[in-house]
Design a protein around this ligand. Structure first.
Ligand SMILES: *Cc1c(COP(=O)(O)O)cnc(C)c1O
Length: 448
């Protein structure tokens, strides 16, 4: 079988995610036959380095032998069982281990089957907590500009990426949006921590004005990934934790993209030494194998739902595949690798290689910013470096970097005009240097 055989059949019946399908009249689909480590191989035998971890989910490479073995074993034991009224070993073990590694105080795990669903769970739980404790006015959520929390109607409502949100605006509940402490907007001489302090004034004002009617503030800790990898200082999270406590508002940390070692620590919140009231996780949770999400919360929240059935305070939310044993077992194998291989220590070294390999781009006439948090490195391509004037989005220059990278054997899917690396943790320094070279060539071509 060749690429072309699969492509024709695909385009007849498959509607792809986040895609203008007409693009594929000129931009060939890439049908993948197999994966191994950081490599993806198409049906014509061409190989690509998966530099974006297949949409930020893969941690330890494709077809990882250790994870494969765990999934195969679980498959012959128990593939799935209802989690209401029933339980199983993988979900108990996974919950125990997540509680152990999560920020202090998060000691109850609620399962969902994708990231958006997990965020919906956190929003509903927060609102419901206040309702159960007699505060029925708390119906609103505060969010940051440029944030992303998923694609369902509830999560689009509290997100702020216009490209995904604007069309559906008439269907969405209203959110209170506060300008983000984006370090890209720093003034000359200002540090990212300075930006965090300066911008926190807006959050403080919003809380003063709206705390009485607000259930929670939701943020993506440290990196707004879908919002073109914009980054901010941990200081903002410290200020936010203190302010949420003072104003009686929950803090939801959406660690779906940044959790599981991506930013340098197991969870991004650790860098601010804070515990949110809710932490949503998914993506890296199963190392890119199976769809699953977990919302962690604390004893206070849990207790507000714990009562006689007739009082109707229970959280009557479920998904068909809640706590799927195959996915739980995959997550356990993932956590084993973190422990056995000292992954976080190795990531510090790999992150330093990523920095060095892209250092020259700081001088590039069409690069306004090279930013990095741990294993995420993003390059902002602009029309004019001095004024930071962006390229017209209609020119789709980021797409040219993507196409060049494919021709060179790298999957570097951009976010608009931002190219980034967010590779599996099993990547080698040589492969990182190769990606940096391909990215540089791609930018050189794209700006012409
Ligand atoms: C990807 C993402 C989501 C949504 O997760 P899905 O599994 O794609 O629904 C939510 N929040 C953040 C921060 C994400 O990056």
């Amino acid at each position: 079988m060749k690429n072309s055989d699969i492509i024709d059949r695909d385009l007849a019946v498959v509607w792809h995610p986040c895609t203008q399908m007409k693009d594929h009249e000129s931009l060939p689909l890439v049908p993948i036959r197999r994966g191994e480590g950081v490599w993806l191989e198409d049906f014509d035998g061409k190989r690509y380095i998966d530099a974006i971890s297949s949409w930020w989910v893969n941690l330890f490479g494709h077809a990882n032998p250790r994870i494969n073995a765990a999934v195969k074993d679980q498959l012959d034991t128990l593939e799935h069982v209802i989690l209401a009224g029933f339980s199983h070993q993988p979900v108990v073990e996974l919950s125990e281990r997540l509680v152990k590694i999560a920020p202090p105080g998060l000691n109850h795990c609620f399962y969902a089957d994708n990231g958006s669903a997990a965020v919906e769970v956190a929003l509903k739980m927060s609102f419901h907590y206040w309702r159960n404790t007699g505060k029925t006015n708390k119906t609103k959520f505060i969010t940051l500009s440029n944030s992303y929390h998923g694609e369902t109607l509830g999560t689009l409502a509290i997100g702020d990426v216009a490209l995904y949100k604007k069309t559906y605006e008439p269907l969405l509940m209203e959110a209170i949006t506060v300008p983000a402490p984006d370090c890209y907007d720093r003034e000359p001489g200002e540090s990212c921590a300075d930006v965090a302090h300066r911008m926190f004034v807006h959050m403080e004002q919003a809380l003063e004005r709206h705390a009485h009617e607000t259930a929670a503030v939701i943020v993506e800790p440290l990196v707004q990934c879908a919002g073109t990898m914009r980054m901010y200082d941990p200081e903002y999270l410290r200020l936010l934790r203190e302010a949420c406590d003072r104003h009686g508002v929950h803090l939801i940390a959406d660690e779906i993209a940044v959790g599981f070692g991506r930013t340098g620590t197991m969870f991004a919140c650790e860098q601010a030494a804070i515990s949110p009231d809710f932490m949503t996780t998914s993506k890296g949770l199963t190392a890119g194998y199976l769809p699953m999400a977990v919302v962690l919360t604390n004893e206070t929240v849990y207790r507000a739902f714990y009562d006689e059935y007739e009082n109707l305070t229970a959280f009557l939310h479920s998904h068909s595949y809640t706590g799927n044993p195959l996915a739980c077992r995959t997550a356990l194998a993932t956590l084993d690798i973190f422990e056995e291989d000292d992954v976080l220590a190795r990531n510090v070294e790999l992150a330093e290689v990523m920095r060095q390999a892209t250092e020259h781009l700081n001088e590039h006439p069409h690069v306004a910013d090279v930013r990095q948090t741990g294993m995420i490195l993003a390059v902002e391509m602009v029309k004019d470096r001095a004024t930071r004037e962006p390229f017209d989005w209609k020119e789709r220059r980021g797409l040219r970097v993507y196409q060049h990278a494919l021709s060179r054997g790298a999957l570097l899917r951009p976010l608009g005009n931002v190219s980034y690396m967010m590779p599996p943790y099993v990547i080698t320094p040589e492969q990182i240097y190769f990606l940096a070279e391909v990215m540089t060539e791609g930018i050189d071509k794209a700006v012409k």
